[in-house]
Design a protein around this ligand. Structure first.
Ligand code: ZN
Length: 100
């Protein structure tokens, strides 16, 4: 898996996919998303913003972390109930060996 996004905050930039000359730099923006019918705003969200056309792409790592925060049940496997084993308390009688 190749990630075209460098580490956020590094001086690196990525070429803009929207315009030929633009460079996308790391900036903090306000992220908006809908959670059900509730609008969530996340200030200081890491994003890559083109200095020419203004195109912005949110940092995929930050998006991934945010999705974990907003949907804590995502990715969890449903727990299966297993019946408890029935312990058998019955003991077999100990054999008595005939002595002598
Ligand atoms: Zn651009």
């Amino acid at each position: 898996m190749s990630d075209r996004f460098p580490i956020f905050g590094s001086p690196a930039y990525i070429p803009c996919g929207n315009c030929p000359a633009g460079q996308m730099h790391s900036q903090h923006v306000t992220y908006f998303t809908w959670l059900g019918d509730q609008l969530i705003t996340v200030p200081d969200f890491p994003a890559w913003v083109c200095d020419v056309c203004g195109r912005r792409e949110y940092d995929p790592r930050a998006l991934n972390q945010l999705s974990l925060i907003l949907a804590p049940n995502a990715g969890k496997s449903t727990r299966k109930h297993s019946l408890p084993r029935r312990a058998n308390p019955k003991r077999k009688g100990s054999r008595s060996t005939p002595a002598g």
